[in-house]
Design a protein around this ligand. Structure first.
Ligand code: CP3
Length: 342
């Protein structure tokens, strides 16, 4: 059993630092593009044999220390009654964004085995394929991040509608957060029951909120999910970007591992997070698009500073982008695995 990723989540010593990448499966890989040429992204997610093959692509190509389920944080929207599509060049588009209390009342608190059976089947099949050699991470988006797509109708840079709803219709916001929380809690529990050995909760856009708004309007909800999963005994990675002002509050909400982006200094962040948590991060993903020697140099420099302290999982600070050269990904993984401290 190749378990250095799970050991690091528990802050146990490992032979070398474990490494995996957010968005490690995707358009930068020729193997992915070959399948994507024949199927839409949603078809890939909804066909377990294809989703399994894509989940395994980066494990085979780079020998990363964890596999992450091939799926998307927005998949829960459809069974909740809010269909969406990925429009080329535009990103996700939700056809009927949420605006009123009645809109939120209509959302279904769906059962994952009914609403997303193909995701759970993918989890079961990936576990069988990996046969204990590499651990599998399941995931979902966190209530705020998923709700932002539901309210804005797609991606946003200002979160203007999301904040307006949060401030102007607090009862509607609370009902929306409660419904999202219950859907996501059940969905993640079902992924664990199907075989996911760790969970990452993506609160990717949470940095848009002030500390006060996070604590008032989001933290109590996200904490329900995190605490519930931690009770199951699986490691839970609590990830966000632009979170320098929120780190302590995120820790208070929960997480075995806190995922940070490149804007914070990893060691300074770890001091604030505390020695009872593991940390994941935090190379700027765009470094992998530059000179390979620079990406490798920054990788080595980060590992030198961490100096083998137990509980570090090497990752990028946000997802790999489609223009990332495959050879640089391989070079960074090898540099992490070849790195020795002292
Ligand atoms: O990490 C992995 O390899 C696992 C798969 C994964 C995907 N999306 C695959 C994907 C994961 C973990 C996600 C999470 C996700 N999805 C997040 C949180 C992480 C983050 O980036 O902050 C968010 C915000 C989304 C929503 C989403 N899905 C967006 C904004 C897009 C881009 C749309 C576009 O047109 O570029 C997606 C699509 C998506 N999700 C792709 C992949 C491989 C590209 C789909 C394609 O092939 O066209």
């Amino acid at each position: 059993m190749h378990d250095r990723f799970l050991r690091a989540c528990r802050r146990e010593p490992t032979d070398v630092t474990p490494v995996w990448f957010m968005r490690q499966a995707g358009r930068y890989m020729p193997e992915y593009r070959a399948l994507r040429a024949k199927h839409s992204f949603l078809e890939l997610c909804q066909t377990p044999e294809l989703a399994v093959a894509i989940t395994l692509q980066p494990v085979t190509a780079f020998a990363v220390d964890a596999a992450i389920l091939f799926a998307d944080i927005l998949l829960v929207l459809e069974p909740m009654g809010a269909p969406f599509e990925f429009v080329a060049g535009e990103g996700p588009v939700v056809h009927q964004p949420i605006a009123s209390h009645a809109d939120v009342e209509r959302l279904r608190v769906c059962d994952p085995e009914e609403g997303l059976p193909w995701v759970l089947e993918t989890v079961r099949l990936v576990r069988r394929e990996l046969d204990g050699k590499t651990p599998l991470i399941g995931f979902a988006g966190a209530p705020f991040t998923v709700a932002s797509y539901l309210i804005e109708g797609g991606k946003s840079s200002s979160y203007q509608k999301t904040k307006a709803l949060m401030w102007q219709q607090p009862d509607t916001w609370a009902l929306l957060m409660e419904k999202m929380t219950e859907v996501l809690r059940r969905y993640l529990r079902a992924q664990v029951a199907a075989g996911a050995q760790a969970i990452q909760l993506f609160d990717s856009w949470i940095g848009a909120l002030s500390l006060e708004d996070y604590q008032r309007s989001v933290q109590p909800h996200v904490s329900v999910i995190l605490q519930d999963l931690m009770e199951l005994g699986v490691p839970v990675i609590h990830f966000g970007t632009n979170t320098s002002h929120l780190l302590e509050a995120q820790c208070e909400a929960g997480g075995t591992v806190i995922g940070v982006d490149w804007r914070v200094d990893l060691l300074a962040a770890w001091d604030r997070i505390g020695s009872d948590r593991a940390i994941q991060g935090n190379l700027d993903p765009l470094l992998l698009c530059g000179p390979p020697a620079l990406a490798v140099g920054r990788t080595t420099a980060l590992l030198d500073r961490v100096a083998g302290r137990a509980g570090h999982i090497f990752n990028v600070g946000h997802g790999l982008v489609p223009s990332t050269p495959v050879d640089t990904v391989k070079a960074v993984v090898d540099a992490v695995h070849e790195h020795r401290t002292g």
